[in-house]
Design a protein around this ligand. Structure first.
Ligand SMILES: CSC[C@H]1O[C@H](OP(=O)(O)O)[C@H](O)[C@@H]1O
Ligand SMILES: Nc1ncnc2[nH]cnc12
Length: 267
């Protein structure tokens, strides 16, 4: 098989999303942080070279708290990737965000603990993270979802897992005004920023989290089932967005490390 050109865009698939490309070339990559969750698939979508990585592994080998996030982002960058679309399954924290809702968050809250969340353990490297997602990629996702009534913005709280939240925890998150909850959005987003990558997520609500009302109680099966019902829509959306992206990054993400004295050489 002939080698695909270097991909500058990647899709990271989440729970229930393990394949994306037709006829991909699989590339084994190693990094200073170990191997990524799976070999990286590279193929073309409407003529554009695209990388795909299932964050939990090809067979959901890594639960959210064990995903090798640093290796995943490093490996993608080492292949040439500079723009990352990262769909995920989330629980709705507000009644208006029921199963089937697509939401493109603009903020996140980190409630994880103990995850390795930086590449920079020496020196003084402190990236700005006020706006954790690339505004340009968010715009592309929202345009692509126009027919699905997407929610533009909202806060995604990321919990450690692997268990789902108690009713009290969930109610507390909802009372803060946060929109949706998941387990993988951090440290993925900040590691992308630390590599000066553009990164945005599209969240598919698969369930009401436990605090939304007395009847709601999340189950893993329900998450997978609702996700499966919307997988085709999501894949079509991502194909369209990927095909329509420019490769001239007209946004601040590429400058995230400007002027910093990096203690390591980025791939
Ligand atoms: C399978 S239930 C919980 C699991 O689903 C979400 O995964 P992802 O964000 O990769 O779509 C959630 O974050 C948990 O990892
Ligand atoms: N309710 C929920 N809590 C945490 N992660 C999730 N992923 C999908 N639904 C979730």
């Amino acid at each position: 098989m002939s080698a695909s050109p270097r991909p500058d865009v990647a899709v990271i698939g989440g729970s229930g999303f393990y394949t994306f490309l037709e006829d991909p070339q699989e590339i084994e990559v190693d990094t200073p942080y170990g191997k990524p969750s799976a070999p990286i698939s590279v193929g073309t979508v409407e003529g554009r070279s695209v990388a795909f990585l299932p964050r939990h592994g090809a067979h959901h080998d890594f639960p959210a708290h064990k995903v090798p996030y640093r290796a995943n982002l490093w490996a993608l960058r080492s292949l040439g990737v500079r723009q990352v679309l990262a769909p995920c399954a989330v629980g709705g924290l507000q009644v208006e965000y029921g199963p089937g809702t697509f939401l493109v968050p603009d903020q996140l809250v980190d409630r994880t603990s103990g995850r390795q969340q930086t590449y920079y353990d020496t020196g003084a490297i402190h990236v700005s993270f006020s706006d954790p997602y690339c505004a340009r990629l968010r715009g592309h996702l929202l345009n692509g979802l126009a027919g699905q009534g997407p929610v533009d913005g909202g806060t995604m709280v990321v919990v450690e897992g692997p268990r789902f939240s108690t009713r009290a925890e969930s109610k507390w998150y909802a009372d803060q005004g946060w929109s949706v909850i998941n387990m993988t959005g951090h440290p993925e987003a900040v590691l992308a920023r630390e590599l000066a990558l553009c990164y945005a997520t599209v969240a598919l609500v698969t369930d009401y989290d436990a605090g939304v009302d007395e009847a709601s109680s999340v189950s893993m099966d329900a998450v997978f089932q609702v996700f499966a019902e919307h997988t085709d829509t999501l894949k079509k959306l991502l194909s369209g967005v990927v095909a329509g992206l420019g490769d001239d990054r007209d946004c601040s993400c590429s400058h995230a490390l400007d002027g910093m004295n990096l203690p390591l050489t980025l791939p």
